[in-house]
Design a protein around this ligand. Structure first.
Ligand code: HGY
Ligand code: MN
Ligand code: MN
Length: 421
């Protein structure tokens, strides 16, 4: 009977930073952007190519793959006690249309690197380790974001997810079938002992504070609203100003109101209009229709509710004054998230053990971990990014930052998965 007494992690247990960086660079070539970043949008051929590359690397590292009906990829590294609930490491391989090379991808490939390093060091863990690529985290092509992890945790139905439509009228379900990445497992039909997500900060704080590691204690709550204003197409030259029913003007005033409402809820509140379409979008036609999206976020639940309700009041007043029809649809929502204090402690201890500078931080961006925290203990690790820039092809991190966070991930996962000799 092999001795399986527990072993502590040691500072010399580390990942191969060059190998991690090389896999990031190779993955970045799949679905390249036009300015040095990536355009590997969910359920496109590029997404399929990235999935195939990742699955091959995992297979080479001795991992087995299970797919669920949302295309979530579960890559399993066996433990000495296969019946124990695994430790998960998850993030996403899909990118924004003008995305960077590291948002999401770092967390998935760092998970692979953790398994590769464990095998290199000849370590064994009681618990299995599962690395996850969650489908459609970005929610750009098919709103809302974190769609497949949302189905996994019961926040959305499969039917809702499969019915989501992109700008070309294609559905999530058809596109998932088209690329051939729909599996058989029912989403959520698996137990998670704990999940860690490693991600770039996507903000300026860690770099400004000169910290190598972000110990993520909370995540902001979010409202995604889609506004449709209905006015009247008319000639921009011959229609008297008093007779205009201008949906574009309404959009402009509501856009300004979103900014003003977020500013009125400072500190720690944000708001913006990200996507906007005018119809018929002709230079000499007063737009009779405007469809645009609002993104409100804050770690404070009361402020989150207040921003949404104030927006609804002001949008109704603006629409009434301009004679516009108004429709507001909720396309995404989750309350502020508190990550698991015990796991957060493992992240902090790992950074200390490795002698890395760190600080507690609240996540400004949404992540699959925000949903998974509803069904299992979950924690996140951040590394800095240059100028805090993300959702931009110029997104940049250093190989040193990437490795430091991956070492923390390795130690936190080994701690949770229980090393045995
Ligand atoms: O919107 C978000 O926060 C995430 O990047 N999808
Ligand atoms: Mn992300
Ligand atoms: Mn993102």
């Amino acid at each position: 009977m092999e001795d399986d007494s527990a072993v502590m992690t040691a500072p010399n247990m580390t990942v191969d930073g060059d190998r991690l960086w090389s896999s990031l660079e190779q993955m970045a070539k799949v679905g390249p952007g036009i300015a040095g970043g990536c355009n590997r949008q969910t359920l496109t051929d590029a997404d399929a190519e990235g999935r195939t590359l990742f699955a091959g690397w995992c297979r080479d590292a001795g991992m087995s793959m299970t797919l669920d009906r949302m295309g979530n990829m579960f890559m399993r590294h066996e433990g000495t006690q296969p019946d124990l609930d695994p430790i998960y490491i998850g993030s996403h391989l899909d990118t924004q249309p003008t995305g960077g090379k590291y948002d999401g991808v770092l967390g998935v490939l760092a998970g692979l690197e953790v398994v590769r390093a464990i095998r290199d060091m000849g370590l064994r863990t009681r618990r299995p380790i599962v690395v996850v690529n969650w489908t459609n985290e970005e929610g750009t092509r098919f709103a809302p974001s974190m769609l497949a992890s949302g189905v996994f945790t019961g926040m959305h139905s499969e039917e809702y997810a499969n019915s989501r439509v992109d700008a070309e009228g294609k559905t999530f379900g058809d596109e998932l079938d088209r690329i051939g990445w729909r599996g058989d497992e029912a989403p959520g039909d698996r137990r998670i002992h704990a999940m860690f997500e490693y991600h770039i900060e996507q903000g300026p704080i860690l770099e400004a504070e000169n910290k190598q590691i972000g110990v993520v204690t909370h995540g902001q709550g979010l409202w995604w609203l889609e506004v449709t204003l209905t006015g009247k197409d008319a000639h921009t030259g011959s229609t008297p100003m008093s007779m205009r029913v201008n949906a574009g003007l309404g959009m402009a005033r509501i856009t300004e109101a979103v900014h003003r409402i977020a500013m009125a809820h400072q500190p720690d509140a944000v708001g913006a209009v990200g996507q906007a379409n005018l119809y018929p979008n002709s230079r000499n036609v007063i737009p009779g229709k405007a469809v645009f999206t609002i993104d409100f976020r804050t770690p404070d639940a009361a402020k989150l509710a207040s921003m949404r309700s104030q927006l609804e009041v002001e949008a109704a007043e603006i629409a009434k004054e301009l004679g516009l029809g108004l429709q507001i649809e909720v396309t995404g929502h989750y309350e502020p998230v508190t990550f698991d204090p015990t796991l957060v402690g493992k992240v902090r201890d790992a950074a200390d053990r490795l002698g890395l500078s760190h600080m507690d931080i609240v996540s400004g961006a949404g992540h699959d971990a925000c949903w998974i925290s509803k069904v299992a203990p979950t924690a996140m690790i951040f590394c800095p990014c240059v100028d805090g820039l993300s959702h931009n092809e110029a997104e940049e991190i250093s190989p040193e930052w990437a490795k430091a966070g991956c070492d923390v991930l390795l130690h936190a996962v080994l701690d949770a998965a229980e090393i045995v000799t």
